[in-house]
Design a binder for this molecule. Structure first.
Ligand SMILES: [Zn+2]
Length: 580
């Protein structure tokens, strides 16, 4: 895949200054003892070595994350004393009899002596915040963290141990790519590690990939980018080909910040950017979502859940058009506001892994009354500026593909799915068509129908046509009292059928788009009451009512098997339609 060009291994940006760099010759620096001061390769500040160590080797001046060895990485991540290394003795051989400026075995011996490590990876079992995990870390200081047979083997064994013991796996990557001295055997490690991760995914065990500086080539193009979740330290550089190779190929200067973690986040390639000091806490939270069993029915529903509202509230005297206005009210609570009120420990996840992080769709993991769930929904903005950033809650295909990725994640790992629907519709634009908006929606309909997990969908504002249904194929479909769900906006319907946009109120009435009408038609299963003046007059009260309904409906589903859920969901949607 790297053709005749030199592999990215040799083309990665130069390694950061080694741990204890001697400051360059300058009057002031010359007086500093070399073993006590380290120069930050990013901002140039001289940092007292002990201060740097205390700060987990992050520059206190500019937040630059120094490269660290595999052993330091593990020590920074896991509970003190909990790491039990496995297969520490695996050592490389010289399958090709490779010689460049020196024989490969000599190069290996030099690196072993310099680093005190046998190879460029270690793995073993550990706990993080008390939760068991299998942790593997690559070491850039050993031959650029390049992946030969031993690195590939250790990653694979870590993953296989995860399959066998059903324990989450964390791999911290830091690598220039494949190891040229082991030739095509090195290339095959990409397939070997990825194949093992396929088994882990099928076993429903989570894999978290941690990207550290730098991660390139064959490591980036295999296990590092296959994480169920991908987490990066700030400003790390990650890519397939190194920047010099790209510049030579395209004969253009690359933009500022190219291939940094922040760039990858914007391009939808990673979920989270987390500072080194926050990593243990973040992993503790992530492991918690996947280590708890589903809370048994009844236990979780209790506390603040209101009484069942199967037939309540009483239909109001509001007109359909008034409901449309309330559903679109600019002060109406939005997804992130509900998420903050309803879910504990909510962690937003980002990106479709492909193009962009579409902010019109938000998804993340959280706890609903103690039970871990995946939450996915449309996100409108609060005010003009945020609304523009979120495209007024109208997703592009990449938004639906982010939703798809997170829904499949939930399906694979057995987490119930909660969707919150609030969109005028999928975005009708040029780029949206180019990226196949129709297919993005259609794919979601098909995949959602088959997910072997409980799915509860709620319309929290506007349920605009296919753009709403694309995250609306659930076992239960709930509607807040003053929301609407329709195949086309009343204005659009009026223009086409009544030849007059001013007839929108009449079109709204005819379309039977209110919560009570849809409950009667069987499209909705429950109507969640709102305060007298609408959800925006009492956001907390509305959130409490919504939470109660979510807990209650989820409780009624968690006892069913995946097969039963899929069968019933099929029957539910199969039944729509009346015939003469
Ligand atoms: Zn610095």
């Amino acid at each position: 895949m790297q053709q005749a060009r030199p592999g990215p291994l040799e083309r990665v940006p130069p390694a950061g200054t080694p741990a204890v760099a001697v400051p360059p010759v300058m009057a002031r620096a010359a007086a500093l003892p070399a073993d006590r001061w380290t120069k930050c390769p990013s901002c140039g500040a001289f940092v007292y070595y002990k201060r740097l160590e205390k700060n987990l080797r992050v520059c206190p001046e500019c937040n630059y994350h120094f490269r660290v060895s595999a052993r330091e990485r593990v020590a920074f991540l896991v509970d003190a004393g909990s790491f039990v290394e496995r297969d520490a003795d695996l050592a490389p051989t010289d399958p090709l009899g490779f010689v460049d400026s020196k024989p490969y075995p000599v190069r290996i011996a030099e690196n072993q002596k310099k680093s005190g490590a046998k190879e460029a990876a270690i793995y073993g079992t550990a706990t993080i915040g008390g939760f068991p995990a299998i942790v593997c870390a690559l070491d850039f200081t050993f031959l650029g963290g390049s992946m030969g047979a031993v690195v590939g083997e250790k990653v694979t064994r870590a993953v296989e141990l995860g399959v066998e013991t059903r324990t989450p796996v964390i791999v911290s990557s830091s690598s220039g790519g494949a190891r040229m001295q082991e030739g095509t055997i090195s290339l095959m490690q990409m397939a070997k590690t990825s194949a093992a991760l396929g088994r882990l995914a099928e076993a429903g065990v989570p894999y978290f990939s941690l990207l550290t500086d730098p991660t390139y080539g064959g490591v980036s193009a295999s296990f590092a980018t296959l994480g169920d979740l991908i987490i990066a330290e700030p400003k790390v550089r990650v890519g397939f080909a190194g920047p010099q190779v790209i510049e030579q190929t395209i004969r253009q200067k690359l933009p500022e910040g190219f291939q940094t973690a922040e760039f990858l986040m914007d391009k939808g390639q990673i979920d989270l950017i987390i500072a080194r000091a926050e990593l243990p806490g973040t992993f503790r939270k992530l492991l918690n979502y996947h280590t708890r069993g589903a809370v048994s029915s009844g236990q979780s529903g209790g506390e603040s859940a209101p009484q069942p509202t199967a037939h309540s509230p009483q239909p109001t005297t509001r007109t359909a058009w008034e409901s449309v206005q309330l559903a679109r009210h600019p002060d109406r609570p939005n997804l992130l506001e509900y998420a903050a009120a309803i879910f504990d420990d909510f962690t937003e996840l980002h990106g479709d892994r492909n193009l962009r992080d579409d902010q019109a769709i938000v998804g993340g993991l959280g706890l609903l009354a103690g039970r871990p769930v995946m939450v996915v929904g449309h996100q409108k903005g609060r005010g003009t500026r945020e609304n523009i950033a979120r495209n007024f809650g109208m997703p592009h295909p990449e938004g639906y593909r982010k939703a798809l990725r997170l829904m499949q994640y939930a399906g694979r790992l057995g987490l119930p799915l909660i969707t919150l629907i609030d969109t005028p519709g999928a975005y009708p634009g040029l780029a949206a068509e180019e990226r196949n908006q129709s297919e993005a929606i259609a794919r979601n309909l098909m995949v959602m129908a088959r997910l072997p997990i409980p799915i509860v969908c709620t319309i929290i504002g506007e349920g605009g046509s296919g753009g709403a249904l694309a995250i609306g194929v659930g076992d239960r479909v709930l509607m807040l009292e003053n929301t609407v769900y329709s195949v086309i906006s009343p204005e659009g319907c009026a223009t086409i059928l009544f030849k007059d946009a001013a007839s929108a109120p009449r079109a709204a009435e005819m379309s039977r788009l209110t919560a009570h009408e849809l409950l009667r038609l069987g499209v909705a299963d429950d109507v969640i009451p709102e305060p007298q003046g609408g959800a925006h007059t009492d956001p907390e009260g509305t959130a409490a009512a919504l939470k109660g309904a979510l807990v209650r409906h989820l409780d009624s589903l968690v006892g069913l098997s995946g097969t039963e859920l899929v069968e019933r969901r099929y029957a539910r949607f199969r039944a729509f339609g009346s015939f003469a």
